[in-house]
Design a protein around this ligand. Structure first.
Ligand SMILES: [Zn+2]
Length: 222
């Protein structure tokens, strides 16, 4: 790919949608890849009285400028190991930059990269509208922490709801006693099991069913 803005492939959105990213980050990436972020440059094309200046340096704020070419953005990228992905984008527009990333980078790297771009945009907004400014290293650190936390939450959701559960036995006064348990399965759906014992605690029967419905762990446990 030679980086000419007029010659780029369409983005493979289906690949992006399969990355382990929070939905709001995917929506942001879609807006970024569609060049519809409300940068100064994009707004000034539609509303002439709006300034097209970058809030950090005063140059024209295109999407490429605020996420890559501005000195402020460069200071965020350069110390990071993601610098190699940042370098891929030199002289390219956002679309060809994303296409090249999808071609050459690993999924994990792409996720970290896109989360960092999102944080750069959030920090730009904080600076412009809330007059807050993080140190550059803090932007990278917060982006990484956010992604780690998101992945941990995802992993928790994929664990069985009660991996160490033991049936609690209460002796029935007469007849039979059934214990029912449910757990969220790793590959989706909910497993429901029932064990029936008689009043002497002797095993009578067991039933296991798998449902297609995925309940939240707290519902499955209830
Ligand atoms: Zn700038």
């Amino acid at each position: 790919m030679n980086g000419s803005p007029e010659q780029y492939e369409p983005i493979d959105w289906s690949r992006l949608w399969h990355l382990q990213l929070p939905p709001k980050v995917r929506v942001f990436v879609w807006r970024w890849g569609s060049n519809i972020l409300p940068t100064g440059g994009n707004l000034a094309k539609r509303i002439p009285e709006v300034s097209d200046e970058c809030p950090f340096c005063g140059l024209v704020e295109t999407q490429e400028h605020i996420t890559r070419d501005c000195d402020w953005a460069g200071r965020i990228w350069r110390p990071s190991y993601l610098n190699k992905l940042f370098s891929m984008g030199e002289d390219q527009n956002c679309v060809s930059w994303i296409c090249e990333l999808l071609d050459q980078a690993k999924d994990e790297e792409i996720c970290e990269f896109l989360i960092t771009v999102w944080f750069i945009w959030k920090e730009r907004n904080n600076h412009q509208f809330n007059n807050r400014k993080l140190e550059e290293w803090e932007v990278v650190e917060r982006a990484q922490l956010y992604l780690e936390e998101y992945r941990r939450a995802q992993d928790r959701d994929l664990q069985p709801a009660r991996s160490n559960r033991r049936y609690k036995w209460e002796k029935p006064t007469m007849g039979y006693k059934a214990n029912v348990d449910a757990s969220v399965l790793k590959n989706g759906g909910t497993g429901v099991g029932m064990v029936v014992r008689d009043k002497e605690r002797k095993f009578v029967m067991a039933v296991v069913r798998r449902t297609r419905v995925t309940w939240q762990p707290e519902i499955a446990e209830a």
